[in-house]
Design a binder for this molecule. Structure first.
Ligand SMILES: C[S@@+](CC[C@H](N)C(=O)[O-])C[C@H]1O[C@@H](n2cnc3c(N)ncnc32)[C@H](O)[C@@H]1O
Length: 274
């Protein structure tokens, strides 16, 4: 899913902090090494298959706790072909390559994300095994049949995305945060091989039941395994937002209060095609 930094709830160091100020922070997922000319950010990925460094344009989504959970959950058969839908900086493509994929094709609707992914692949010496294409969902990769699909496409409701600065380039998850992931699942088609698996993150900060209903229609309930689930604090800036109040009133998100914090839950599913 499209997701903010689920632990500290900031997508990257230098993002707006809860108190509205600018702050340089690091998270367990990645730490800011240095801002570079032209507004580029250099971060260090410290999740699975790391550490490695990534360069990100100002508008490109930075890896988060969701990225980390998906990266940990991913099992890559040696030599497998992997599709990374909504690749952002390319981080999960690189994790897949480092975990033994033979070929990784990433795609994203944001031109800057595709450009960053290509540049990062070169910097990491992974251009021989990875390629990145521009376009909507699976449209640019219809010719690929993968054994693993990474389905970490945007899944944060547009209103919440606008209330934060997590998606500076746009491309959030749709009105309820389910529209983009549902469209991805429903249009998977032949891109996922028989016996192949899709890793699908969902969260209670989106209309999760709609995403899960789509996944059950496509894969069948018995072919969906919950790999990892984690509860995370919602950042104050969002907890106090009008956008969140509306989504709660509409019954679209499902949060739990613990003391002064609101908690939401993320789950990574492994969906098997039979
Ligand atoms: C939450 S980010 C995840 C990026 C990356 N997987 C990571 O872990 O950092 C979701 C990505 O989906 C992309 N995206 C949103 N809508 C899309 C669409 N319709 N087709 C393709 N990519 C899309 C966004 O541009 C963004 O890069």
């Amino acid at each position: 899913m499209s997701s903010p930094d689920h632990s500290g709830e900031r997508p990257y160091a230098g993002a707006r902090s809860d108190n509205g100020g600018e702050t340089l922070v690091s998270s367990p997922e990645r730490s800011l090494l240095r801002p570079t000319p032209g507004g580029m950010r250099e971060i260090e990925w410290t999740g699975a298959a790391g550490p490695f460094r990534l360069l990100l344009s100002p508008t490109v989504f930075a890896p988060t706790s969701t990225s980390r959970l998906v990266a940990e959950a991913m099992e890559i058969p040696p030599g497998a072909t992997v599709l990374d839908v909504g690749c952002g900086s390319g981080v999960l493509s690189f994790v897949a390559a480092r975990k033994g994929a033979g070929r990784v094709v990433g795609c994203d609707a944001a031109p800057e994300a595709v450009a960053d992914s290509r540049r990062n692949a070169e910097r990491l010496g992974l251009s021989d095994r990875t390629e990145f294409r521009l376009g909507n969902l699976l449209e640019p990769v219809r010719d690929v049949k993968a054994q693993v699909v990474i389905g970490d496409v945007s899944g944060i409701p547009d209103r919440l995305a606008a209330a934060s600065d997590w998606f500076p380039g746009g491309y959030a998850g749709g009105p309820t945060g389910s529209e983009i992931p549902v469209a991805m699942v429903e249009t998977l088609g032949e891109c996922l091989d028989r016996e192949g698996v899709m890793y699908l993150p969902t969260g209670t900060i989106q209309a999760e039941n709609r995403v899960l209903a789509a996944a059950r229609r496509v894969f069948g309930q018995n072919n969906m395994d919950e790999i990892v689930t984690r509860e995370l604090p919602l950042p104050t800036i969002l907890a106090k937002s009008q956008a969140l109040a509306q989504l709660v009133a509409e019954g679209l998100v499902n949060l739990r209060r613990r003391g002064s914090r609101l908690l939401w839950r993320i789950t990574v599913w492994r969906c098997r095609r039979t």
